[in-house]
Ligand binder design. Structure first.
Ligand code: FCB
Length: 446
């Protein structure tokens, strides 16, 4: 492991990220409606060991302690998500005042602690009532999302300058609607693609509602550098198809106002669910592109009869996280310089909205959590980020996933991503070595 981190600009924004369903718990309190994740986790067979987010980190009650941890860490930014079913329990209509009150108090406490709030409006917890009318397969959900964005911003816009609309529409489309690994558990394969379009449309409509209120707008996309498994033209074609699905489908419409060529995925150039004017709405100006980076992806030609035009063999010869994800810090500078090369002047400034790793952390007898693997991961990725910035990519901030260990979707509580350890039986928080390492690094910057 290294010595000091390289120098970042004085106004660089350091932060940590969380999401509502992963930390809040209190799923029936203060008028919160049911979300697709409540339904999904309470259906046997979906989540490891049948775990749910019913209690999670109990952040809904313990937020003062969590904000104190943030303040002591010394980060200037906190990315959290707002639970749509707390604001509109059935996904439409007037806001539930108690739901807004919770985020209102959170925002005030963050500001009092010197931390800038960066809310995400949708981190996958769709109100179940909207799923019952088709969820993101239903175009109307895009309009409902813009309405929710407006009522939420009307309450918080005087104190919250910048907003993220969606988290990772790629992952929500593919895990939620194509493969059924996440809520709502649909297994539509490539027939899930209208949900991608409707999420992007919802983003665009919400972006306009936010901008009309004088607010800055971002979206957080999960992006990955794609490497063909070999020189075989079939592998190269498969890699192009995967890059289209994972990356370009979610950045070309936002930044260029058009969809990439979907022929490699066997899809029509002119899908019927894309209406006139949609692409102009989706390409509403972005103040920054949020990038969630975890690892690159290796792609090979499809197995015959497999249903998808690619397979994803493991990346060999690199360390892996507790989740089994490959650790490739150079993938981050490759990704960022690749975005700059692909989009040129159409690329807005970037904020890294998630980066981090899962480690099998335990609290030692002396009360310490020795997560050296996480320190190495973060150190390597910050060096990669610095290289990309030195190469001219404009990056304004870096948010670590995550402040706390939390409910990691289909993995339940089995993957620990936090800078702070959570003992779920007692809700005791223990800052890990990585927390102390980051705190010292930020402190040295003054
Ligand atoms: C991202 C999600 C986030 C968390 C991390 C590990 O895909 O946005 O909620 O689960 O992965």
């Amino acid at each position: 492991m290294s010595s000091a981190l390289p120098e970042f600009p004085a106004d660089f924004r350091w932060g940590v990220s969380t999401a509502a369903y992963q930390i809040e718990g209190a799923v029936t309190e203060d008028g919160r409606g049911r979300s697709v994740w409540d339904t999904f986790t309470h259906t046997p067979g979906h989540v490891r060991d049948g775990q749910t987010g019913d209690t999670a980190c109990d952040h809904y009650h313990r937020w003062p302690e969590d904000i104190a941890l943030l303040a002591d860490l010394g980060v200037g930014g906190y990315r959290f998500s707002i639970a749509w079913p707390r604001i509109q329990p059935d996904g439409s209509g007037p806001a539930n005042p108690k739901g807004l009150d919770f985020y209102d108090r959170l925002v005030d406490a963050l500001l009092a602690a010197g931390v800038t709030p960066l809310p995400t409006l949708f981190h996958w917890d769709l109100p179940q009532a909207l799923e019952d009318t088709g969820g993101w397969l239903n175009r109307d959900t895009a309009h409902r999302f813009a309405e929710y964005a407006a009522v939420t911003a009307d309450r918080l816009s005087d104190r919250v300058p910048a907003w993220i609309t969606l988290n990772e529409p790629f992952v929500h489309t593919v895990y939620g609607y194509a493969l059924g690994i996440h809520a709502p558990g649909r297994t539509l394969m490539l027939d899930a693609l209208p949900t991608a379009h409707h999420q992007l449309l919802g983003h665009g409509l919400a972006a306009t509602a936010l901008r009309d209120r004088g607010l800055e707008v971002m979206i957080a996309n999960n992006l990955t550098p794609v490497h063909p498994a070999g020189d075989d033209p079939a592998d190269v074609a498969a890699a192009t198809a995967y890059d289209t699905l994972h990356n370009r489908l979610f950045t070309d419409p936002l930044l260029l106002g058009r969809y990439p060529d979907l022929a490699a995925l066997g899809l029509p150039a002119d899908p019927p669910y894309v209406h006139d004017g949609d692409l102009a709405a989706i390409a509403a100006p972005l103040d920054a592109l949020g990038v969630n980076y975890y690892h690159p992806t290796r792609v090979a030609a499809a197995d015959p009869g497999g249903g998808l035009p690619f397979t994803l063999p493991p990346i060999e010869g690199v360390p892996t996280t507790a989740f089994g994800w490959p650790v490739v810090p150079e993938g981050l500078d490759e990704l960022l310089t690749g975005l700059r090369d692909r989009y040129g002047a159409a690329l807005p400034p970037i904020t890294i909205t998630e980066n981090g790793c899962s480690v099998a952390d335990t609290v030692d007898g002396d009360g310490r959590v020795r997560d050296t693997a996480r320190i190495d991961y973060l150190d390597g990725h910050l060096r990669a980020l610095h290289r990309a910035m030195a190469a001219g990519v404009e990056v304004r901030g870096y948010f670590i996933w995550s402040l706390l260990d939390n409910f990691e979707w289909a993995e339940g509580y089995h993957q620990r991503f936090g800078l702070v350890h959570v003992d779920y039986a007692t809700q005791r928080r223990t800052p890990k070595d990585s927390y102390h390492w980051l705190r010292a690094a930020l402190g040295r910057r003054g």
